[in-house]
Design a protein around this ligand. Structure first.
Ligand code: PLP
Length: 376
């Protein structure tokens, strides 16, 4: 039996999503750009998914663009903001996902954009007064703030309303990487002061290789990919029809069960954290202690011992999948950029446990017994 506690890296595809994709796989094969019946069937499937997803994030259908993943959506938004909206300065934090950090490094070299690093609290978030102080200090516009909603490694969150209000008060565009929060937290783009967000189906039990960007219709940007008129000229390339269809089903299911899942994951997280502390009194946790902490993620710092130095591997051998940093940096020996910024001491090893609505207390009890053995 395997126990999967790495849902922040990716989630298993939901059986209803899989069934929905399968049902259409043989039936709907036309190119969505073709005008014949087969093509129109595929187009309908895509537009149906657009309606569902736009309905759940409360944007207009014209503001939603399908992409191949969250990384592409974030790249598209950031490049568009700089190249087309003439953003000259980007304010961001050093604990964003690499798809933000590496892309803005590229923008710095390619477009001479200035990057301003926002000061980080010990909980891994930027405090609103600190953001305000920096925006006041750098008044030149156009500028953009890029601050994620839920941090993928430690689960600390920014309040989109509060951060967005400050950005707009200082006439600054606001992009939030919401890849970890779509399907887990309500996102209402019709009222939130957020101009751009991104999503990725594989984080909410949808298929891999499909995501989306929401771009407020106040702004017009050019595409990242050229060569076709798909996505209203915003993303060339034949659409991933079945993936988009699956993403629609997955998001609908995730939103329908969101409150129950949140409550369950919150109970799991509290139970697990307390139990770890009982076994290892020196253990402590990254992230926040208030409502701005994702219940999906528990990032635990555990004292380094001869047995715990290979903790992730030992957990894996015992049938438990957890993670040390972000999935993108797994396999790399060095400590993740997020944990490095949080200054986790070298004599601690960090494990990210990330839960789902289907994780059980029995599974956690088993993980605890393995941890107990490792620390005995
Ligand atoms: N942003 C965050 C916060 C993530 O956690 C991830 C994936 O780990 C991404 C972006 C990239 O998403 P994708 O894997 O769909 O490219």
């Amino acid at each position: 039996m395997r126990i999967y506690l790495d849902h922040a890296a990716t989630t298993p595809i939901d059986s209803e999503v899989w069934a929905g994709i399968n049902q259409m796989a043989l039936e709907v094969y036309g190119n969505p750009s073709s005008i014949h019946t087969e093509g129109r069937k595929a187009r309908n499937l895509i537009e149906e998914a657009r309606k569902i997803i736009a309905g759940h994030v409360k944007c207009s259908q014209g503001e939603l663009f399908f992409t191949s993943c969250g990384t592409e959506a974030n790249n598209m938004i950031l490049t568009g903001a700089v190249r087309d909206l003439k953003v000259k300065r980007i304010f961001t934090s050093p604990v964003e996902h690499h798809c933000i950090l590496h892309h803005i490094e590229y923008l710095k070299h390619q477009y001479d954009v200035e990057i301003i690093w926002l000061p980080l609290d010990v909980d891994g978030t930027v405090a609103p007064p600190a953001l305000e102080e920096v925006l006041q200090r750098y008044p030149d516009r156009p500028a953009l703030v890029s601050l994620m909603h839920v941090n993928n490694e430690i689960g600390s969150m920014h309040d989109l309303q509060v951060i967005g209000d400050i950005c707009h008060r200082y006439n600054t565009l606001y992009h939030s990487d919401t890849v970890q929060s779509v399907g887990y937290h309500p996102l209402d783009m019709s009222t939130l002061p957020v101009d751009f967000i991104s999503g990725s189906a594989h984080k909410f039990n949808g298929p891999k290789g499909v995501g989306f960007a929401v771009i407020s219709n106040e702004f017009t940007i050019a595409p990242l990919l050229y060569g076709g008129a798909q996505e209203r000229n915003m993303r060339a390339g034949t659409e991933n029809t079945l993936g988009i269809h699956g993403m629609g089903i997955a998001l609908h299911k995730a939103i329908s069960s969101m409150d129950d899942r949140q409550q369950h994951m919150q109970s799991l997280r509290t139970y697990f954290a307390e139990a770890i502390r009982k076994i290892i009194p020196d253990a402590y946790f990254n992230g926040r202690n208030d409502t701005l902490q994702s219940s999906k993620i528990l990032s635990a710092n555990l004292p380094l011992t001869s047995k715990s130095s290979m903790l992730l591997m030992n957990l894996d051998i015992a049938g438990i999948a957890a993670s040390g940093g972000s999935a993108c940096s797994s396999g790399v020996e060095s400590r993740s950029h997020v944990l490095a910024k949080l200054q986790v001491p070298d004599d601690f090893v960090t494990v990210r446990f990330s839960f789902s609505g289907n994780t059980t207390f029995e599974e956690l009890d088993h993980v605890l017994s393995v941890i107990r053995q490792i620390y005995s």
